[in-house]
Design a protein around this ligand. Structure first.
Ligand code: KG4
Ligand code: ZN
Length: 348
């Protein structure tokens, strides 16, 4: 293809209805409608509420994206959509919409993996991904270390969480501290005023654990340790130092994440680390990752916070890479796959 492919991407795996449009490696628009406020009073995402919200937001968000990018649907070269993993009902809304668009327009359809898309979004921010790249995905649903020789076809899992995801730990600890959902940004902000005064446990970093679970994570022990610490403090009638607890908890998570990511780069001889997913918006994570990558001579790539959380641009970016690399489109019979493996970059 002589000119750069114009690709529209649809993301509906959780609570954000995202529609992004890219031209090759250039981001034209990233339109988002979020139902996060509707879930806040439940303290977590309610699948049925999310599906309903996607249905209502889909057409207006597609229209807004096209308007803001100055693109007509007819001009598109391909449509891409998150086919998994994620909430089944939410994914189905996106997949059905993308199929309808692709059929109506007579354009190829690419069903792509949500996690690979979190990695691919960095291309519109920092240019082509070095091959291989080491990617760390830290979100509300996932904490994974991935070796990525080719983002369109070859993603390998080095490790993942064996219990809670990193973002889930942020959300649960925020709840213990009386901070609103989703907790990550609130802990991030509260920590600014606090100090690391408590030495919380670093899961799976010691002796035998480190041998058996070298690149895996565990955050549930940390979450329990924070809860116990807070309960003990409350039982004695003292005011809980929220900012210090937040900072100490955050330090423990960020220490483990960056330590294992840098170790994985070194052991697999990879010169670039990319961090994605909602938790990559965390300021302490970005700072510590930068320090440790600089010390190890590793190039660090983290997209701006708005592109770290779920969005349509990431799906469009991965779709454009598939077109550029000449990958065959997905079958129109493609189905949403709520438990799609991270190693399946594309739904066939
Ligand atoms: O990638 P994402 O938008 O959705 C999922 O696919 O899960 O990630 C959402 C998660 C939530 O758990 C949220 O608390 C966390 O990312 N998060 C943060 C920050 N911003 C969002 N965690 C820590 N610090 C932040 N600044
Ligand atoms: Zn995500």
């Amino acid at each position: 293809m002589s000119r750069q492919p114009l690709v529209l991407g649809i993301e509906t795996s959780c609570d954000e209805t995202g529609v992004g449009i890219v031209r090759g490696e250039e981001l034209l628009v990233d339109a988002i409608a979020s139902s996060v406020d509707e879930h806040a009073r439940f303290g977590g995402v309610v699948p049925e509420v999310a599906s309903r919200a996607h249905l209502e937001a889909m057409v207006p968000t597609i229209e807004r994206a096209c308007r803001e990018a100055g693109v007509r649907l007819d001009d598109l070269d391909a449509v891409a959509v998150t086919s998994g993993p994620g909430l089944a009902g939410a994914l189905m809304v996106g997949v059905a919409s993308a199929k309808a668009l692709a059929v109506a327009l007579g354009k190829p359809l690419y069903g792509v993996n949500h996690l690979a898309a979190h990695v691919a979004v960095d291309i519109v921010e920092h240019g082509p991904l070095p091959e291989p790249t080491l990617a760390m995905l830290v979100s509300g649903g996932h904490s994974s270390l991935l070796l990525v020789p080719d983002i369109t076809s070859d993603v390998r899992s080095l490790g993942a969480t064996i219990d809670d995801a990193a973002g889930e730990a942020f959300d649960k600890v925020a709840r213990v501290l009386g901070l609103p959902f989703p907790g990550g940004p609130h802990i991030d902000r509260a920590s600014e005023a606090g100090h690391v005064t408590i030495d919380f446990p670093r899961g799976l970093t010691g002796g035998r654990d480190m041998q058996r679970h070298r690149f895996d994570f565990s955050f549930s022990g940390l979450k329990t340790a924070v809860s116990r610490w807070v309960e003990t403090e409350r039982a004695t009638g003292r005011a809980v130092p929220v900012a210090d607890v937040a900072a100490s908890f955050q330090e423990a998570v960020v220490d483990v994440l960056t330590r294992k990511a840098v170790l994985a780069c070194k052991e697999h001889d990879v010169a670039a680390l990319q961090i994605g997913g909602g938790v990559a918006a965390n300021r302490r994570l970005r700072a510590m990752a930068q320090e440790r990558c600089d010390a190890a001579g590793i190039q660090l790539r983290v997209p701006r916070p708005g592109l770290c959380t779920d969005n349509g641009a990431m799906v469009a970016s991965l779709g454009a890479q598939m077109v550029l690399k000449g990958r065959a489109p997905s079958d129109l019979a493609l189905a949403a796959d709520s438990s799609m493996l991270v190693t399946d970059v594309q739904a066939l």
